[in-house]
Design a protein around this ligand. Structure first.
Ligand SMILES: [Zn+2]
Length: 241
């Protein structure tokens, strides 16, 4: 009997000690790789994937420290390696409330949409949104070989967060910056555009249709278009999703 109790106790202690690496700031030996989307039908696989785990807040004592700076630099390096315009921590296997956005206007893909200055968002919340919405065809580093999907996002948003130096920031984003912000925000709300869009097109077909004017590009969104950050309640932390 005592033996059994001791064994049970040992198991409890051992399981409490094994921490989920995805909640730490540690950098894997072989560097980071981009985590790929898993379909809703594959529940078991999805539960283990950081794209669908609740990301934790960065603690006050972690702000502006060397480990956090190293992590953010590593996240940025992955974004640059894959030529993304934004990246969220859970896309590289870390359940942390951090994302980065940046698009250069000299990149022909983003010339028309305008530049997105580099910004790091830590523990971001959205405080206000526009009434108007915009339509945009999304692609994603976590949706390799997947078609583009059309979803609506708010024309502008206002946010509060901490920046890389640990300073509290408030701001407003509009245009392409607001689209990329909401795309990354969706990731930290657990999910990708693939879970929300109901109209998909391969990239080469989409490019052709936009070029010929057959499809609208960055126009006002129709009310029937699914909203990218569907379900978000203003002023709530990402741990609530
Ligand atoms: Zn993405």
């Amino acid at each position: 009997m005592y033996y059994k109790i001791h064994l049970l106790l040992l198991i409890v202690i051992l399981s409490a000690c094994t921490t989920d690496e995805s909640y730490t700031l540690s950098i894997p030996k072989n560097g980071f790789e981009v985590v790929q989307h898993v379909s809703k039908n594959n529940k078991d696989k999805r539960e283990k994937n950081t794209l669908y785990k609740t990301p934790r807040e960065i603690k006050k004592e972690e702000l502006n420290t060397a480990p956090l700076t190293l992590f953010i630099d590593s996240l940025y390096a992955v974004m640059q390696r894959y030529e993304g315009v934004g990246i969220a921590a859970n896309q590289i296997g870390k359940s942390l409330q951090i994302f980065i956005i940046e698009a250069m206007s000299d990149n022909p893909r983003y010339k028309i949409l305008g530049a997105v200055p580099k910004q790091v968002f830590i523990n971001p919340i959205i405080t206000k949104v526009s009434r108007k919405k915009k339509n945009f065809w999304h692609g994603c580093l976590s949706a390799q070989d997947k078609p583009r999907g059309n979803v609506a996002s708010f024309e502008w948003i206002e946010y509060e967060c901490f920046d890389q130096e640990g300073v509290r920031q408030k701001g407003r984003l509009e245009g392409f910056s607001a689209v990329v912000f909401q795309h990354e925000y969706r990731h930290l709300m657990k999910g990708t555009y693939i879970d929300y869009a109901n109209h998909f097109l391969p990239k080469h077909v989409l490019d052709q249709k936009i070029k010929s004017g057959e499809l609208p590009f960055f126009d006002d969104a129709h009310d029937s278009l699914p909203l990218l950050i569907e379900g978000y309640q203003l002023n709530t932390a990402l741990t609530d999703y």
